[in-house]
Design a protein around this ligand. Structure first.
Ligand SMILES: Nc1nc2c(ncn2[C@@H]2O[C@H](COP(=O)(O)OP(=O)(O)OP(=O)(O)O)[C@@H](O)[C@H]2O)c(=O)[nH]1
Length: 317
């Protein structure tokens, strides 16, 4: 059936029913509520003292409530702080109803003791019994989607670790936290040894699996949730260890070296196994002025670990 033929009956319904209901509406209150009932957007009709006088079907669905639980209550009682106080004061102090017209984005409403993010706007209705309409836009799906996209933007697709972008964001944040609190912070850069040879010998698919196992070992080596393991580049990874000095970071790095030695990269890898070189730098007493300087020192320490024969940990002086 074409969309044209689909739309005809609904036009007929609109023509038949709406005029009849409008004609039957005894007064403007009935008419307003009739229109509200047909609105898809959750809407509360509120008097000028802030009391809910009517809730349309979409509002009952948003608030997961019956009309009894919404009508006669104060609008502000459904709003979470700081908006509850804001609107309580607005209604208590109102003089000019126009002053109540307001839009609030990203506020929270309390639904069964759960804070739900919404946009709310108040519009003034200059009818015989003047009132306000509070319309809501449920932001839950939008927030969940933003969260999902944020997660994707911060995650390395192959290993599931934080990616380079997330590494730099977190480094900046933890650097500020630690230096402000005069806590130490360490960085470990971990580079898989002779990985080109591994790829050449066993192929890229096996290489990818190997990187996934190295990433898992890094994640397992983290001492707590404040630390971060990230994929820094192709076969290069990094740890940020807030609150840890160089000696503590070296212990973590040596533990990681042992974990990586246990990795079985499939039969192909045989006993040759996979090894990593690691460079560490620690900020303890203000010797590094910026997180970039700390990172540079860790990179230099890694270079030395490579130069000294690989499969080792080198702590920057
Ligand atoms: N399979 C796979 N290989 C990757 C990926 N990213 C980078 N590589 C490979 O990692 C290798 C890195 O090579 P090099 O930079 O020469 O380093 P290396 O061979 O590990 O040598 P050293 O670091 O000096 O021990 C290259 O062959 C890249 O193709 C990836 O996502 N998957």
């Amino acid at each position: 059936m074409s969309s044209q033929s689909n739309s005809k009956p609904s036009i007929a319904v609109v023509e038949d029913v709406i005029p009849t209901e409008i004609a039957q509406a005894a007064n403007e209150v009935d008419l307003l509520q009739l229109l509200l009932e047909r609105l898809q957007q959750p809407t509360l009709q509120v008097d000028l003292q802030g009391t809910v006088v009517y809730a349309n079907k979409a509002a009952l669905s948003l608030f997961a409530a019956t009309a009894d639980t919404l009508v006669s209550k104060q609008l502000h009682s459904f709003l979470a702080a700081p908006w509850s106080t804001f609107y309580r004061n607005c209604f208590a102090q109102y003089g000019d109803p126009q002053a109540l017209i307001h839009s609030a984005s990203e506020m929270m409403i309390d639904i069964n003791e759960t804070a739900v993010p919404v946009n709310m706007s108040l519009s003034f209705m200059p009818v015989k019994q003047p009132c306000l309409l509070a319309t809501f836009q449920d932001l839950r799906a939008q927030k969940a989607e933003i969260q999902r996209l944020h997660q994707l933007a911060c995650t390395d697709a192959l290993t599931g670790l934080a990616n380079r972008r997330a590494f730099f964001d977190t480094l900046q944040k933890l650097w500020e936290q630690c230096t402000t609190a005069r806590d130490p912070v360490s960085i470990v850069i971990v580079d898989v040894d002779h990985f080109k040879l591994f790829n050449d010998r066993f192929g890229h698919i096996q290489g990818d699996r190997c990187l996934q196992q190295v990433a898992y070992a890094l994640q397992q080596a983290l001492p707590d949730d404040n630390c971060l393991a990230a994929r820094y580049g192709g076969e290069e990874f990094a740890l940020i260890l807030p609150g840890m000095n160089g000696i503590q970071a070296k212990t973590i790095a040596e533990g990681l070296r042992e974990r990586i030695a246990q990795i079985n990269c499939g039969e192909l890898a045989g006993k040759s196994g996979i090894t990593v070189s690691q460079g560490i730098a620690a900020e303890v007493n203000g010797q590094f002025r910026t997180p970039e300087a700390l990172l540079f020192a860790a990179d230099t320490a890694l270079y030395r670990a490579k130069k000294d024969g690989r499969d080792r940990v080198n702590l920057s002086n």
